[in-house]
Design a protein around this ligand. Structure first.
Ligand SMILES: Nc1ncnc2c1ncn2[C@@H]1O[C@H](COP(=O)(O)OP(=O)(O)OP(=O)(O)O)[C@@H](O)[C@H]1O
Ligand SMILES: [Mg+2]
Length: 306
């Protein structure tokens, strides 16, 4: 649905997007994750046909963003980073205006439907200036969806709104899955992990990793933390045994067992089970602990800074 190949964007001598490639499949929510200045907004503006790339290609729903930008815009709903606000317009007038730009048939009905979907119908005749930031964000989503586009591009839709509204917006985004292909940018890892099917991590204009949260976890920090529980001895004896095993960097007591921090990405389960088999203890449990996307992200970003 979205195909980006070697996309570049220079602002004068500044390289904002430096040859990125990724794809979003039909019906998935793809997260674009990156710190400030990574190039998220620039990428999204190119994909929505608002700005030409310096080099490379991008297509949305089969249309090239450069050569067929009108066709692209017809098929994309866009919530920009800064939602254009017309404070003196009513909610209904604003969404109607957007619907007319998109030549939506029967737009009265469609406008009411979309306002209703976002819980704004009873406020439809209020002025936009009376809305809280969170409600404005919902209005931004409503205008992005009024023409029922197959592709939706949301640039940090949860930024600057309160926690309750953040949850609402995330739920709305999740409800778009399958009927729409969604590109969702954020610099919040847990959010991307919660909302998106796959993640593209960008830093300094380049893709540094992509995959599902699980894949990224495996790819970047496999087996960094293990949980182990033993039986047949005491705390001091267990710690003595574990301390003798190479590659275990540190040991933390955790309930009835221990969390082992491993200094390598190589498999270390075997040396551990061997050491225990050679001891007087029995192994109750040994399992790998999940690595959060946050760990992966910080690891990648810090490498980029070095
Ligand atoms: N119009 C512009 N002119 C010059 N430089 C720009 C312009 N827009 C963005 N940049 C620069 O390009 C880089 C990428 O910016 P972009 O806004 O795409 O990043 P972002 O990932 O959206 O960041 P943020 O999380 O802060 O929104 C940044 O270094 C930014 O300063
Ligand atoms: Mg941005």
């Amino acid at each position: 649905m979205i195909e980006v190949k070697n996309l570049r964007k220079h602002y004068g001598s500044h390289i904002a997007v430096d040859g990125i490639s990724f794809e979003a499949r039909q019906g998935e929510i793809l997260g674009l994750l990156g710190p400030n200045g990574a190039g998220k907004t620039t990428t999204m503006r190119i994909l929505t046909g608002f700005m030409p790339p310096t080099d490379g290609t991008a297509s949305v729903a089969g249309y090239d963003v450069m050569n067929d930008s009108m066709e692209v815009r017809r098929r994309v709903g866009y919530l920009p980073e800064k939602v254009p606000v017309y404070p003196d317009m009513t909610l209904r007038a604003y969404v109607t205006f957007v619907a007319q730009l998109h030549n939506v048939d029967n737009h009265k009905k469609k406008v009411d439907e979309v306002l209703d979907r976002f819980g704004l119908l009873d406020r439809r005749d209020k002025l936009i200036r009376s809305l809280s930031k969170g409600l404005r964000q919902r209005l931004g989503l409503a205008q992005a969806l009024v023409h029922n586009p197959p592709v939706i591009v949301l640039d940090e839709p949860t930024i600057g709104i309160d926690p309750k509204q953040v949850i609402e917006v995330r739920d709305i985004v999740k409800s778009l899955r399958q009927d729409h292909t969604v590109l969702f940018s954020s610099h919040i890892l847990t959010e991307v992990e919660q909302v998106c099917d796959r993640v593209v991590i960008i830093n300094q204009g380049q893709v540094v990793a992509q995959g599902t949260a699980e894949e990224l976890g495996r790819q970047f920090k496999p087996q960094r933390q293990l949980y182990i529980e033993l039986d047949g001895g005491n705390d001091a004896a267990y710690q003595e045994l574990l301390n003798k095993i190479d590659l275990i960097e540190s040991i933390d007591k955790d309930g009835r067992g221990y969390v082992l921090h491993i200094a390598t990405t190589d498999s270390i389960q075997k040396p551990i089970t061997r050491a225990i088999a050679d001891s007087d203890f029995t192994l109750v449990e040994l399992r790998q602990l999940d690595v959060s996307l946050e760990d992966v992200f910080l690891d990648i970003i810090s490498k980029g800074d070095r």
